[in-house]
Write a protein that binds this ligand. Structure first.
Ligand code: KG4
Ligand code: ZN
Length: 341
């Protein structure tokens, strides 16, 4: 049928070379070539290395996505790529590949905002989901509360003043000598630790008009508090209680995010919270948010991890919805490192 679009989508905004085929809200294939091992020796993502690696991987990933979907180009109604925000060199690799394919195969082209992709991840598991709902997006680059009003109509209600949630996990993991990426390592260790061993400050963002912003987060104070604690413990010559530190830190972040998301949903009369981004994998956040949501009669949707971390299926899902509505992008659009949704 011509109404339900089948899209080949490319996502290269950061360190995953991802290509997927999505038919409306059904994922037909979801290829992710992770660069984590490539960047591990550097302890973080090196942008120039990332774009070169995308270039090396992209053609194989495209071919694999079509093969796994068992489809040829004639079945594809449109070609999409993430155009913003992200690393400029990395974004350019995916966007240029998508534009080239659109020209060669004479298909409509769509540029997709990365955050809109994260919002659409939930539709892949819940095709009947319909706006309005609240999206809690917690990744290495974002800590956002987004009011989803309609396809393409979003209002940013909360964000972070400093570090993103995932960035905080990564920085604290580094302080605890746990390596990169830090989120999964902290999550694993936290299970063996006492989450009430240390009382850590939950960051708050003050408002010029007085009081605190109810939906904004701040994690740099928390990170500094962990740093001071680690320095003090190391000075005293004790062996670092890494599991207790990881558990206490995770507990503080999970409590802080849960409070903001639940208050925001209640204040705006939204009954569903869709969670996205790599930090949605965090077991502490899942427990806290699920419990608070049940207590307030809210529905929380956690897509599986493969749709929470960066992937192209979520980009294809957003693109298909736009294409179903007749939206396309001109081939002249460029990439942008920063762009509000
Ligand atoms: O969404 P994502 O794959 O990439 C973007 O940043 O867009 O998110 C990656 C972030 C990293 O900071 C990583 O440490 C964090 O998600 N993360 C976790 C967990 N798994 C990944 N943080 C806490 N707990 C986890 N289980
Ligand atoms: Zn992301």
């Amino acid at each position: 049928d011509g109404r339900m679009a089948c899209v080949l989508a490319i996502e290269t905004s950061c360190d995953e070379t991802a290509v997927a085929v999505v038919h409306d809200r059904t994922c037909c294939s979801n290829v992710v070539a992770s660069q984590i091992p490539v960047h591990q020796p550097y302890g973080g993502i090196v942008p120039e290395v990332a774009s070169r690696s995308h270039l090396e991987m992209i053609n194989t990933a495209i071919a694999q996505a079509l093969t796994e979907a068992n489809l040829g180009w004639e079945a594809i109604d449109g070609i999409a790529a993430t155009c913003a925000p992200g690393l400029v060199g990395s974004l350019l690799m995916g966007l240029t590949a998508a534009k080239t394919l659109a020209m060669v195969h004479n298909k409509p082209f769509l540029g997709v905002h990365h955050l809109e992709g994260h919002i659409y991840a939930t539709y892949l598991i819940e095709p009947e989901l319909a706006p309005p709902f609240l999206c809690l997006l917690v990744s290495g680059g974002h800590t956002s509360l987004i009011y989803v009003k309609d396809c393409g109509v979003y209002e940013m209600l909360g964000s972070t003043r400093d570090d993103a949630a995932g960035e905080a996990f990564d920085k604290v993991a580094r302080l605890l000598h746990l390596g990169y990426p830090g989120g999964p390592a902290i999550d694993r260790l936290a299970k063996e630790g006492n989450s009430h061993a240390f009382k850590l400050p939950e960051g708050r963002v003050s408002r010029p008009s007085g009081g605190y912003h109810p939906y904004d987060s701040s994690f740099s104070g928390l990170k500094t508090a962990v740093l001071r604690l680690v320095q003090k413990l190391e000075q005293e010559g004790d062996e670092l209680p890494v599991a207790d530190l990881a558990a206490s830190f995770q507990e503080t972040v999970a409590r802080s995010l849960t409070k903001r998301a639940v208050n925001c949903a209640i204040d705006y009369g939204l009954t569903t919270i869709a969670v996205g981004g790599g930090v949605a994998a965090n077991s502490g956040l899942r427990q806290h948010l699920q419990a608070a949501a049940s207590a307030h009669n809210l529905r929380v949707l956690f897509p599986p991890i493969k749709y929470c971390t960066d992937n192209a299926a979520m980009i294809g899902c957003a693109a298909a919805d736009h294409l179903n509505r007749g939206h396309t992008s001109p081939l002249t659009i460029g990439v942008q490192s920063r762009l509000p949704i």
